[in-house]
Design a protein. Structure first.
Length: 292
């Protein structure tokens, strides 16, 4: 199976469909760090709160840290739109390094934009060590379009769409709009490489940082989940998605992904649901094994 790496969707709060849990009393309690997607927060009882609770029930004794970027859930949600991504990653790196429960290592699970932010943590901050990185609907080659911005944030979404469509690579928009920092316009690749403050850096678009490459390859597993029932429109009708193996990122092995693939460290999974929508049974059967 190949994984589609070029994705054009943003996060919506995770939708869990109720189902029967699978219990296993034999488990290893490696801590878990969660990073939510756009428009969500660390502790939403219908999304991250539900994921945290489910994991804690399935793996008794596990320490689960659901990242809050800010002093409260309101700030956390707003920062998912407006706080410089590099600052967010730096804040998280500091928080993880100071957490005594993570000193022996941890697993990480990111949802939509939170997945690529956690990949930046893996590349930039190897201590404490990230063991497995699970990317649930992450857009690791960026986005080009904003069709799935959460409805409850419609006013913010409309403002973001206008800013991205008119000047995603301007200094002002890049610095103050999270989604602009992983906006990847394939029709203006030179502008993207020159002005992208976040994605072009972690994807080694302006040269190879050997430390990034080395750190990412320290992962035991890099699990990438794509969703098979996806509703979106490209901004340009002639554009097509590409698989990871078809991408320049993989062919030139700028991040060591080809080497990781050869070493069987890459895992490609798929869910039949729409973006970030899956059942408890699917989660338990496909993702819990990497957390035990």
């Amino acid at each position: 199976m190949t994984a589609t790496l070029l994705c054009f969707l943003l996060a919506a709060p995770v939708l869990l469909v109720a189902g029967s849990p699978v219990h296993d009393s034999n488990n290893k309690t490696v801590p878990l760090v969660l990073w939510h997607g756009m428009g969500d927060s660390c502790c939403n009882p219908l999304s991250m709160g539900a994921i945290k609770k489910m994991v804690e029930e399935e793996i008794p004794g596990i320490y689960v840290l659901s990242l809050m970027i800010g002093k409260n859930v309101v700030e956390d949600t707003e920062n998912g739109f407006f706080k410089d991504v590099n600052e967010q990653v730096s804040m998280v790196c500091t928080q993880l390094a100071k957490d005594p429960q993570l000193k022996g290592g941890y697993n990480a699970m990111g949802f939509s934009q939170g997945a690529q932010f956690l990949r930046a943590v893996a590349q930039r901050c190897p201590s404490p060590p990230m063991k497995n990185l699970i990317s649930v609907g992450g857009q690791h080659q960026g986005v080009y379009g904003l069709p799935r911005c959460p409805g409850e944030h419609s006013a913010i979404c409309d403002m973001i769409r206008k800013a991205l469509n008119s000047g995603a690579y301007s200094d002002l928009v890049q610095k103050h709009l999270v989604q602009a920092q992983y906006w990847h316009d394939p029709l203006n690749d030179d502008l993207y490489k020159k002005h992208s403050l976040f994605l072009a850096d972690i994807n080694q678009e302006r040269g190879v940082n050997e430390t990034y490459k080395k750190n990412l390859q320290l992962l035991e597993k890099f699990v990438m989940v794509k969703f098979l029932v996806i509703t979106f429109n490209l901004l340009h009708s002639s554009l097509q998605t590409e698989t990871l193996q078809e991408s320049v990122l993989y062919k030139e092995d700028r991040l060591g992904l080809a080497a990781m693939d050869k070493a069987k460290k890459l895992v490609f999974l798929a869910s039949k649901g729409d973006h970030l929508q899956f059942t408890n049974e699917w989660f338990n059967a496909n993702l819990l094994p990497y957390l035990r």
